[in-house]
Ligand binder design. Sequence first.
Ligand code: HEM
Length: 137
Amino acid sequence: MATAERLDVNEGISPDLPSTGWALTGVTSNERYVEREERVSLTTVQEGLGREHATCAALIPMTKSAAWRDLTQDVRREVLEAQSHHIAVGLEYLPAIARRLHHCRDLGGEFDFLTWFEFAPHADGAFEEIVGRPAGH
Ligand code: HEM
């Protein structure tokens, strides 16, 4: 992707797309993997987007492999949490990091997911840390 000086974030069914540069589109969806107890833990500590102090943001587009998609739901859950501890690790970084997962594969986009994170400048180190942890991927 070409480097962009600025990023405009639009929400809505038919967001205004920029006439220059590139545009990525995704949708929020129901959760696929979160279990009931985890939902409680997440909703107890997480904070939403748009916090005044969270002036840093990161957009990480991601694509998973066809082999991942070919796994059954139960095996994907096993890999995501029992093996990789993605949710348990992520919980360690809440509420400092706020996040939203957008799905885009079924929209015919270039990526499978657009992951979006917001945090305060002092949490920059924590964000770099989680992205560097194996479970961050
Ligand atoms: C900040 C802490 C984080 C928390 C609390 C967190 C939490 C979660 C949860 C609960 C899910 C499951 C959603 C579902 O049930 O469908 C998920 C999925 C996902 N997360 Fe994270 N996450 C964090 C950080 C990250 C990071 C740093 C990345 C990568 C840069 C990432 C990438 C993804 C992706 C791509 C999925 C979708 C997996 C799939 O559907 O195959 N997450 N995350």
